[in-house]
Design a protein around this ligand. Structure first.
Ligand code: ISL
Length: 579
């Protein structure tokens, strides 16, 4: 018996509204722009859209700094525009999930404006306010913190922000410090305050009442901070304090409460974004035995190309490491839980540039697509991925908008973790802005994204890589995605089948079967991926391959006999049907 759920069968398409489509020529994408492209999504065949934040926001972190959870950012449109988008999607059987950012708000949120105004504000404990400490004996250097003249204090602990620099900022209105794990304009809310939790649950309910189908939950495993806010245990950590505030002591209590209050009895999908997570921890968040989340985003495979020095470092990683890392999660959540499958998103470089090969762009984009749609879990496509979009050739930091890149590079230079000469190579490789250049719709001046000046430059490769061209070319990456999406709907084995790795130790081949045995079906698929720009010898496993083996998917024209030993071409991907 298959334990079915719509979100297991869905293919999700992620839209970063700022860079998707601009309808009014201000250079920023907007909601009416998305509405114009709903037929495009329908053509591609996706089942669900995850919309990055569109709420009212001053835009310090492109919308992850929310100043009003129940309003749409002016530049993106109005609530009526949002309703039109919701309806346009629903009419085409495409669901809509929203980004839920409840670890922090903007400093312009009314709660924070009130909270910071006075120690006895009724919103004071919606955030984390603490007195500073005498620097003596803390090991902290007061010069590292910005305080007004005469205030010789360091913050309550040594935690650091993910964007670089301290996680605490001194506020002279009340002479206390507030906590922010991200930018200082993004204060962390305090989930210990019951009234805050109530407000958040009501807000979530309000969005469900407005017809959404679920939430992607931003950094949701950071919401519980440990009692007493102790210093980081490991003072050498790249972001000091991660060990303290990740998967904190009350996180499961909060999330079960959230589940009982808002989600229970609905078929809503929830996907929790969780940096730093083991399989055992993941199981505590998902499913009925856990906190009831549908699935989690995990990031082990996004760390393979970093050293212990974190995101602003680089190490060469191998296809085999990617295979091992993703297999670890495939096997770990085989019986309990559910994987979310992604190779890029709005925070990561483009997948072809990172895990594929720009020289074999088309082939490697299709190989990665094959992987995404044939592993066990829910595939997430990030806008432009279906065109095989690549990283942007950044020349200088002046072209970078991303607050994370700018601040972290500054911090890494100051602390000597990064050399000036290495900055641009690393930025070109790593910056989140690689994912944020405008969607390439056609080969016109701004790639059909806007009639005005785009907020981010368009990738110069838009003449070759664009949706219009791809939709006209039956051999394009786009058509390949479309075929895989439709195949997934026809074959339960792709959704529910077991994953079994073959040739575990092979350096460049990733080979696995998906098998589904039910009273009505006995299906086996064999997936063969050559993660290499060179040819690779492949001996089909004779225990599996019978005369009936047929090639179901291929990213090359296949004229070779499926069952014989064969040479796989650069980045060749094949799916055999052994049923
Ligand atoms: O990309 C990173 C910057 O350091 C990640 O560490 C990222 O910040 C982390 O995965 C959390 O990301 C989410 O929350 C952030 C926001 O900037 C990201 O865009 C979002 O996906 C703060 O809300």
């Amino acid at each position: 018996d298959i334990d079915r759920a719509w979100w297991k069968e869905a293919v999700v398409y992620q839209i970063y509204p700022r860079s998707f489509n601009d309808s009014d020529g201000d250079g920023l994408g907007d909601i009416p722009g998305i509405v114009e492209k709903v037929d495009y999504l329908d053509d591609l065949g996706v089942d669900c859209v995850w919309l990055n934040p569109v709420y009212e926001s001053p835009g310090v972190d492109n919308g992850y700094d929310i100043s009003d959870y129940r309003a749409i950012m002016d530049e993106f449109g109005t609530m009526a525009d949002w309703e039109e988008l919701r309806d346009a999607l629903h009419e085409r059987d495409i669901r809509l999930i929203m980004d839920l950012v409840v670890n922090h708000t903007s400093d312009e949120h009314a709660w924070f404006v009130d909270s910071r105004s006075a120690k006895d504000s009724e919103y004071r404990d919606y955030y984390w306010w603490r007195e500073g400490r005498d620097p003596e004996g803390t090991g902290l250097d007061p010069d590292e913190y910005e305080t007004p003249a005469g205030v010789d204090e360091v913050p309550p602990n040594n935690w650091e922000s993910f964007f670089g620099g301290p996680a605490w900022t001194y506020d002279d209105r009340t002479g206390e410090w507030y906590l922010h794990l991200f930018d200082e304009r993004m204060p962390d809310v305090n989930w210990e305050t019951k009234a805050l939790r109530e407000e958040l649950f009501e807000m979530m309910q309000w969005w469900f009442d407005n017809g959404i189908d679920g939430f992607r939950m931003d950094v949701i495993n950071l919401i519980s901070k440990p009692d007493g806010l102790p210093d980081a245990d490991a003072p050498d950590e790249i972001v000091k304090g991660v060990d303290q505030f990740t998967n904190g002591p009350r996180v499961h209590e909060y999330l079960s409460e959230l589940h009982d209050r808002v989600l229970d009895g609905t078929d809503a999908m929830t996907v929790g974004e969780m940096a730093e997570l083991s399989i055992e921890e993941a199981k505590r968040y998902v499913g009925e035995d856990g906190d009831g989340m549908s699935m989690v985003f995990t990031f082990d495979h996004m760390r393979l190309d970093m050293t212990d020095a974190g995101r602003w470092s680089f190490r060469e990683s191998s296809p085999r490491e990617l295979k091992e890392s993703m297999t670890h999660w495939q096997e770990g959540l085989a019986d309990e839980g559910w994987n979310s499958l992604f190779l890029n998103n709005h925070d990561e470089p483009r997948q072809v540039s990172r895990f594929g090969d720009e020289e074999y762009r088309r082939e490697s984009a299709k190989l990665l697509a094959t992987l995404l749609h044939t592993l066990r879990g829910t595939p997430y496509i990030y806008q432009g991925e279906e065109l095989g979009m690549t990283n942007y050739p950044f020349d200088s930091l002046d072209e970078v908008h991303d607050v994370d890149t700018i601040k972290n590079v500054r911090t890494a230079l100051r602390t000597g973790r990064l050399e000036e000469d290495d900055v641009m190579d690393l930025v070109r490789y790593r910056t989140r802005d690689n994912a944020r250049t405008p969607m390439q719709w056609d080969d016109s001046e701004h790639a059909g994204f806007t009639d005005g000046d785009p907020w981010m430059p368009v990738n110069p490769n838009k003449d070759d890589i664009n949706a219009a061209e791809a939709q006209n070319d039956p051999d394009s990456v786009w058509h390949y995605y479309r075929d895989l999406i439709s195949l997934r709907k026809e074959r339960d084995v792709l959704v529910y089948g077991d994953y079994d790795l073959r040739l575990r130790d092979h350096e460049s081949l990733w080979v696995y079967t998906r098998t589904l045995e039910t009273p009505d079906a006995d299906e086996t698929l064999l997936v063969v991926l050559n993660f290499d720009g060179d040819e690779t010898r492949f001996e089909p496993p004779t225990d599996l391959m019978g005369e009936s083996a047929e090639i179901l998917v291929s990213n090359y024209d296949v004229a070779v006999d499926a069952v014989e030993p064969t040479t796989l071409r650069p980045w060749e991907a094949r799916v055999y049907d052994l049923s």
